[in-house]
Design a protein around this ligand. Structure first.
Ligand SMILES: Nc1ncnc2c1ncn2[C@@H]1O[C@H](COP(=O)(O)OP(=O)(O)OP(=O)(O)O)[C@@H](O)[C@H]1O
Length: 247
């Protein structure tokens, strides 16, 4: 698995500091939840890790190598992005959406999808138990099915570190539970999972570790259950914790 190091990362836009000296490292099999109020800088941090933005200062290392010097193809062998499952423009078949993951590594430039890429896509779909959706239109899927397809696309890419942006958004309870089980299973196989979330209670249950951010700074980092106590959550989001009334 790919080890990720985020080293003193800062980012600014229009003279305003959006991320200020964020540092952490994560290893194989870790499930790291990134939490904080709206505007804390979570998405900006993910975009820097994915090299979709350039930091003002600091660096991101994958297996000890700075991502700034990597080709897109090499970066894609380490890191895969699972965006939120919205915004469907074309009614692609599910098997084609998953096979698109192979493009990130520079494969599949031919007009016909090479057999190896088709196999990788089929394997990823089988892994997520969505083989039966292969010929369905991605646009016609439920939110949970789309999320599974996007994770399959990331697996087809071959990367071992998955970066997910609010993966449970829009999913019903059952689909959230399935997603959590799936991510835990992947972590058990040695995938690294880094996900933003707005649900501290689920994060405390399902993630091994939580990183809390506020106003562009990392304010806490540790075991999820410990980091996400009622008091810590109240402090992070700026409200007063109320205890349950006596029965
Ligand atoms: N391109 C940009 N130009 C100017 N400001 C930006 C830009 N992108 C983000 N910001 C600002 O940076 C801050 C952090 O935004 P970011 O989207 O990273 O927060 P977030 O923690 O992901 O928030 P949310 O929980 O609402 O998704 C916000 O104040 C946002 O307005």
């Amino acid at each position: 698995m790919t080890g990720l190091v985020v080293d003193s990362l800062s980012f600014a836009r229009g003279g305003r500091t959006i991320l200020d000296g964020v540092s952490f490292a994560m290893q194989a099999g870790e499930m790291v939840a990134l939490l904080g109020p709206n505007g804390a800088g979570k998405t900006t941090l993910l975009r820097l890790v994915l090299r979709l933005l350039r930091p003002r200062s600091g660096r991101v290392l994958l297996d000890g190598r700075a991502i700034a010097g990597m080709t897109r193809r090499v970066l894609a062998t380490h890191l895969a992005y699972v965006p939120q499952g919205h915004g469907v423009v074309f009614p692609y078949r599910v098997r084609d959406v998953v096979a698109l993951g192979r493009l990130a590594g520079g494969a599949m430039l031919a007009p016909v999808v090479p057999a190896a890429d088709r196999e990788a896509a089929a394997e990823a779909m089988a892994r997520l138990a969505i083989g039966h959706l292969a010929d369905r239109s991605y646009a016609a899927l439920s939110g949970g099915e789309r999320q599974a397809v996007l994770i399959a696309r990331a697996l087809a890419q071959g990367a071992r570190l998955l970066v997910l942006d609010e993966p449970e958004t829009g999913l019903d309870y059952g689909q959230q539970q399935r997603l959590s089980g799936l991510l835990r299973g992947l972590a058990g196989e040695g995938y690294g999972i880094l996900a933003t979330t707005h649900d501290p209670l689920r994060a405390a249950r399902n993630f091994s570790r939580a990183i809390l951010m506020r106003e562009g700074r990392l304010v806490a980092d540790g075991p999820a259950a410990e980091m996400l106590s009622a008091q810590a959550i109240a402090g992070l989001y700026g409200f007063t914790a109320v205890s349950a009334p006596p029965a």
